[in-house]
Design a protein around this ligand. Structure first.
Ligand code: PBG
Length: 335
């Protein structure tokens, strides 16, 4: 029995609920589909052998020696993840971050080893100096501030050493002005015209990078990154950043972080129509992990909802620590 007797049948032209009736119909009209092909999986590569050291503020994420990074990559690849984004923990740091362009450092060694074991995996390298400088800033310090043009010279060296090792894509994350153009012309000058540049074009000065700085041991020893990373209040400026990086030769542009900046992802994609990446950063990941560990949120749902929202906003590529877990969840849902 109906609890309420309807007196007059409603005649509705549209009943939007018709297309929500069953899983099959919902799948048929779904606008945004997640696939592990969209994912890039960040890895932290450290010296040594057989090392898997979990990062306390990022459950499930480990610092990995080269051999372990290869294993992790092969496993991710088997689950359908397109590629990895490599960060390095060097054995030594100095004022100018010279380990960043050391051919024998963990990132360069990992690039070679991954390309040998799994040539079809897309290997992207993060190009920045903050993991390599003793002070934790993203470049050369002059009077306590990061000196733009001198830093660009060193970033070029790092990018060339990654290309030399066999990287498919280099990804400058430093936010110095002019680095994309300088890297592009240096790559071309050395015969690396097929190596692509994915620029961290709209990278905000965000509190959500906290756990990453534990993982990569890259927190600035003093001060912050406000003189080069973007003010969270600005979005028009993000379009100018992206426009410049495209003019300088960026092949892929990135917005970072992702979920707090969905409006920026959308505007970048709509304005330029370029391959657009979004980085679900450490703090976004750890926030979900922490709430789920307390039973406050349901992890599989929230993980996929967050990634779906990033894709819906316009991201073609999603960089996420959830790459493997999400790939497995997507495969499970299709079965
Ligand atoms: C800089 C870099 C950072 C991240 C990626 N590249 C940290 C920073 O700018 O301080 C953050 C990524 C994350 O939080 O997951 N090399």
């Amino acid at each position: 029995m109906n609890p309420i007797q309807t007196q007059h049948a409603l005649t509705l032209t549209h009943r939007l609920r018709r297309l929500r009736r069953s899983p099959g119909i919902r799948a048929l009209v779904r606008e945004t589909r997640l696939s592990p092909e969209q994912f890039l999986y960040p890895l932290f590569v450290c010296p040594g052998e057989g090392v898997r050291r979990e990062v306390p503020s990022m459950p499930g994420v480990c610092q990995l020696s080269v051999d372990e990074a290869v294993r992790e990559t092969v496993a991710a690849r088997a689950e359908g993840v397109s590629g990895v984004l490599l960060f390095g923990l060097p054995a030594r740091k100095d004022e100018i971050g010279s380990a960043a362009w050391d051919a024998g450092a963990p990132v360069q060694a990992a690039v070679r080893a991954i390309k040998r074991e799994s040539p079809e995996t897309i290997v992207v390298t993060d190009v920045c100096l903050c993991e390599y400088t003793s002070h934790g800033h993203c470049g050369v310090l002059v009077d306590g501030d990061v000196a733009n043009d001198q830093t660009v010279e060193l970033l070029v060296r790092a990018a060339l050493s990654h290309a030399d090792a066999g990287a498919d894509i280099v990804a400058p994350s430093d936010m110095m002005d002019g680095r994309v153009g300088a890297i592009r012309s240096a790559l071309d000058g050395r015969g690396f015209e097929q190596v692509a540049v994915m620029s961290y074009a709209a990278k905000y000065c965000s509190g959500f990078y906290g756990p990453f700085r534990d993982a990569a041991d890259s927190a600035p020893k003093f001060g912050d990154r406000r003189t080069h990373q973007m003010d969270p209040a600005n979005a028009d400026e993000a379009l100018r950043e992206v426009e410049q990086d495209i003019a300088e030769g960026a092949d892929i542009v990135m917005v970072k972080p992702a979920m707090p900046y969905l409006d920026v992802i959308q505007r970048v994609k709509e304005t330029f129509g370029y391959p657009t990446a979004a980085y679900q950063v450490s703090g976004e990941y750890s926030m979900i992990k922490a709430a789920c560990a307390r039973g406050w949120l349901d992890e599989p749902r929230v993980m996929l909802e967050s990634l779906t929202a990033i894709a819906r906003a316009g991201a073609d590529i999603i960089i996420t620590y959830y790459a493997r877990e999400a790939a497995r969840a997507i495969a499970g849902a299709r079965r």
